[in-house]
Design a protein around this ligand. Structure first.
Ligand SMILES: [Zn+2]
Length: 261
């Protein structure tokens, strides 16, 4: 991997002992890392002499080794669990918030969003209500992309420049809407590293899974083995296209249930 290729990592809620998660279905929980797992990953970044970058920093594609750290959904653990660990290991990150979830149980409230912002982390947008954006009508899409941006900007008092797609789903209209809204970048959930040749509106990101090892994490940061994940994902996307999002989610719930029996 050349120095100018950067892997963007995608985290979600973190699991704290004795604390209930925002959602309980298996398709959600498999993306939830225990706090200690996250901590060991950040420790690896620091021990390796790498930098943990937010999206704005990563898009400048610095030559020194680094990885971009992002969180989706705007869970309260962004502030109470992730932020202290990030600070401890000198890492920055972008927190993409679902505007309509703010202030509901388990999610950040406006005061906490401002606190994250004031600590120097970057705040991004992850839609208003977390729908699959490719399924929406034009007015719905506008509310999810433009409305959400304005709502988060009203909280922090400055421009929000980066967007991530709920469930990784997007289409051409989504990207047009994001550009029109004034977003400088859009991140999806496809397994590829980004470079200065990647469109900032189609940034790949690699989701971390709760049961992955530190060796797998190191390989991911180095961009090793992403082609394999990408191949599996392409197969999944073609099944999604054939079945439609709703039927696919039902099938996935059944298959995940089986795996865990
Ligand atoms: Zn999400």
């Amino acid at each position: 991997m050349t120095a100018s290729r950067i892997v963007f990592l995608m985290y979600h809620e973190l699991e704290l002992a004795g604390r209930k998660l925002c959602q309980s279905e298996l398709g959600y929980v498999r993306y939830i890392l225990p706090l200690e797992t996250f901590r060991s990953q950040m420790a690896w970044i620091k021990a390796s002499g790498w930098r943990g970058l937010n999206v704005g920093e990563a898009l400048r594609y610095p030559a020194e080794p680094g990885v971009c750290i992002t969180f989706d959904d705007g869970c309260e653990t962004d502030l109470i669990a992730a932020a202290p660990v990030l600070r401890e290991f000198g890492c920055n990150a972008t927190f993409y918030l679902t505007a309509g979830f703010l202030g509901t149980p388990g999610y950040l409230n406006a005061h906490q969003v401002r606190e994250l912002d004031e600590q120097g982390f970057q705040i991004g947008c992850h839609s208003m209500t977390h729908p699959y954006l490719s399924d929406l009508t034009e007015p719905e899409l506008e509310r999810e992309v433009v409305g959400a941006k304005l709502q988060i900007e009203a909280i922090v008092g400055h421009a929000i420049e980066h967007f991530s797609c709920p469930g990784g789903r997007y289409d051409r209209r989504t990207l047009q809407m994001a550009r029109r809204a004034g977003f400088a970048s859009v991140a999806n959930s496809q397994f590829y590293a980004n470079s200065s040749r990647t469109s900032p509106y189609e940034l790949g990101r690699v989701a971390l899974l709760r049961d992955s090892t530190l060796e797998e994490f190191a390989a991911t940061c180095q961009g090793r083995g992403l082609w394999k994940k990408q191949f599996q994902q392409r197969t999944r996307i073609s099944v999604q296209r054939t079945l439609g999002n709703r039927a696919y989610d039902q099938l996935r719930a059944v298959l995940l249930g089986r795996q865990h029996k």
